[in-house]
Design a binder for this molecule. Structure first.
Ligand SMILES: Nc1nc2c(c(=O)[nH]1)N[C@H]1C(S)=C(S)[C@@H](COP(=O)(O)O)O[C@H]1N2
Ligand SMILES: [Mo]
Length: 164
């Protein structure tokens, strides 16, 4: 009987440990930044969201995407922007990687609202619905690009790389 009670306690402890395990983050921002961050789904939902309409020329499909602007995310992570973006910081690159290892690069100045002002959205919805499996949960939307080669599917990490 004592054994059974011990087993029950052990099983309960296992369940508590399982529930406390942090799930894999939705997105991580790391590299040469003041505030590396990992966003869980709940935190991501609370970030300021923006929507824009863009055409995927590959699929000849125009849709309205909702998500967080890359420039807003970078500012939140402490990356230089606006008048603060000058000198050596002008050579910083932003590497975006998908869950399949596909990576693309943006230069900091092309994203900055006061310089290139190229809007890049880390999208979490398409026409009001979550992104399809294999594309989401997060996908880059780059309206200014002619070919959607930088529309990274399954975005997992954003790495800020300062030029040495
Ligand atoms: N994760 C990931 N994203 C990716 C790619 C990839 O291989 N892996 N290919 C890119 C290329 S080259 C193109 S043209 C578009 C294709 O987007 P589509 O599948 O929505 O047509 O996805 C881009 N995003
Ligand atoms: Mo492509």
């Amino acid at each position: 009987m004592k054994i059974l009670r011990l087993l029950a306690v052990w099983a309960a402890l296992q369940l508590v440990a399982l529930a406390q395990q942090p799930s894999a983050p939705l997105l991580e921002i790391s590299g040469d930044i003041a505030h590396p961050r990992a966003f869980q789904e709940q935190e991501w939902k609370r970030l300021k969201h923006t929507s824009l309409t863009a055409t995927n020329s590959h699929e000849k499909k125009t849709a309205t995407y909702g998500g967080v602007l890359l420039s807003d995310l970078l500012r939140e992570a402490g990356v230089a922007s606006g008048e603060g973006l000058r000198g050596k910081a002008m050579t910083t690159s932003i590497v975006i990687a998908g869950g399949d290892g596909y990576q693309v690069v943006f230069s900091i100045a092309e994203l900055d609202e006061s310089i290139g002002n190229s809007q890049v959205l880390v999208a979490d919805s398409e026409d009001g619905k979550p992104l399809a499996q294999g594309a989401g949960p997060l996908r880059l939307v780059v309206p200014a690009d002619k070919r959607p080669a930088r529309w990274v599917r399954m975005v997992k990490t954003i790495r800020v790389v300062a030029n040495p």
